[in-house]
Ligand binder design. Structure first.
Ligand SMILES: Cc1ncc(COP(=O)(O)O)c(C=O)c1O
Length: 400
């Protein structure tokens, strides 16, 4: 039995407390027990449509059979060995990732999560440039570990020890960026091409190209945080590739990379020295993680999921962008923000409870965030459309 007490969840077994679980996120009152594709089922067998994708994690679909058997076979053969041996699956993974992302000449550092990928990218940028300041942007989210949270635009997530005057969190304004770069101390600029937590704000082509130009001009590196927008979600392999023709110095990734198996990574441009021993990790790039990651790439390719994401994104945009109660529709492929003229919290909850549809929210209270598995079908999106229209009208009526 689970009870909530203050900040903790208490698991009770009989009458005695056995363990506290640290309270991380607000909880929805449902317990998914099984999943397939874009569907989840709870312990009673009630079906839910997942337009949240476990927070942009589920790319090829829940429990995809190819992914399941790749993990099972790898675990049975050799689940883990550290980076102190040559790992052929890691090499196969790097080769496939290079081919699919068109970044064949880059180096790959594998880790376990998005925050860790950013932490290592920021550190490598500082090693490479010998500089110690960073530029990040309003609305950006890069993780909760020390350096990642320091470049995240949310002071509530920072402990006193994470506060620093070496990070400049700016508006997306090239003149302001250049002014900061001109001090000569900026190691890197970090940006999400399409913000996730920030509510699907899409950087413009001119802005990304401007950052690329300015970072080179002032000897700083450009880090693209593709943790949420990567792996086909936007209809291109990486989100920035759907917007601008640039070559970022460092690209960070996680979420959709493993379809639920923990794996993160950092792609390093060939001009950046990746000296032996600068970065390291025990678990990163282990055999099972790479088998899971390779299976994700194989399915993205064999099922054309990246072009399907682009197609479904267009379908959603056509249906939703002109509705009168929508303030703004922002989307790239299946990374979608629907900004309403009212706060979406109640609507989201109602859809979950009554229509059995999971959606996401964002730091922008009026924006509903959709991050479905890339295998979502038109019929499943129509199911969402029907529920969304009814719930929007009900909310508008209740506010008049
Ligand atoms: C853009 C972006 N970067 C980094 C992170 C942190 O990733 P993780 O939670 O795997 O540490 C997230 C998580 O939501 C994210 O959306």
């Amino acid at each position: 039995m689970i009870l909530r007490a203050g900040n903790c969840l208490i698991l009770e077994h009989g009458n005695h407390v056995v363990m506290n679980i640290f309270d991380v996120y607000p909880l929805f009152p449902i317990k998914p027990a099984r999943a397939e594709g874009a569907l989840l089922w709870d312990e009673e067998g009630v079906e839910y449509l997942d337009l949240y994708g476990g927070h942009a994690v589920i790319s090829i679909g829940h429990s995809h059979p190819h992914w399941v058997s790749a993990i099972q076979e790898q675990v049975a053969k050799l689940a883990f060995y550290s980076n102190s041996i040559v790992n052929p699956i890691q090499q196969a993974y790097a080769e496939k990732l290079g081919e699919m992302s068109c970044l064949i000449d880059h180096s790959l550092f594998l880790c376990n999560s998005g925050a860790e990928a950013n932490e290592n990218a920021l550190k490598l940028a500082s090693f490479h440039t010998g500089k110690d300041e960073f530029i990040a942007f309003k609305g950006g989210f890069h993780g909760r570990t020390a350096a990642a949270v320091a470049v995240t635009d949310n002071p509530n997530l920072r402990a006193p020890s994470n506060e620093t005057d070496k990070v400049h969190i700016l508006e997306k304004d090239l003149a302001e960026v250049e002014q900061k770069l001109a001090n000569g101390r900026v190691a890197a600029i970090i940006i999400e091409a399409v913000t996730g937590v920030g509510g699907i704000q899409i950087a413009s082509k001119a802005f990304l190209e401007g950052l690329s130009h300015l970072s080179k001009k002032y000897g700083s590196l450009l880090i693209m945080d593709e943790v949420q927008s990567g792996f086909g979600r936007t209809g291109a392999f990486f989100g920035y590739q759907s917007i601008a023709s640039i070559s970022p110095d460092l690209i960070t990734m996680a979420k959709g990379m493993g379809n639920g198996f923990p794996i993160g990574g950092l792609l390093i441009h060939p001009d950046i020295e990746a000296k032996h021993g600068l970065l390291g990790t025990t678990f990163g790039g282990n055999h099972t993680a790479c088998a899971a990651g390779l299976a994700v790439l194989e399915v993205l390719e064999s099922e054309n999921l990246i072009s399907k994401a682009a197609k479904m994104g267009k379908w959603l945009e056509e249906r939703f962008s002109r509705l009168s109660f929508i303030h703004e529709y922002r989307g790239k492929g299946l990374m979608v923000g629907i900004e309403m003229k009212f706060a979406v919290g109640g609507m989201r909850r109602q859809m979950l409870m009554e229509d059995k549809i999971f959606t996401g929210s964002s730091a922008c209270l009026n924006t509903l965030r959709l991050l479905p598995p890339l295998c979502i079908t038109e019929a499943q999106l129509e199911r969402f459309e029907d529920a969304f229209l009814v719930k929007s009208e009900q909310l508008i009526d209740s506010q008049q």
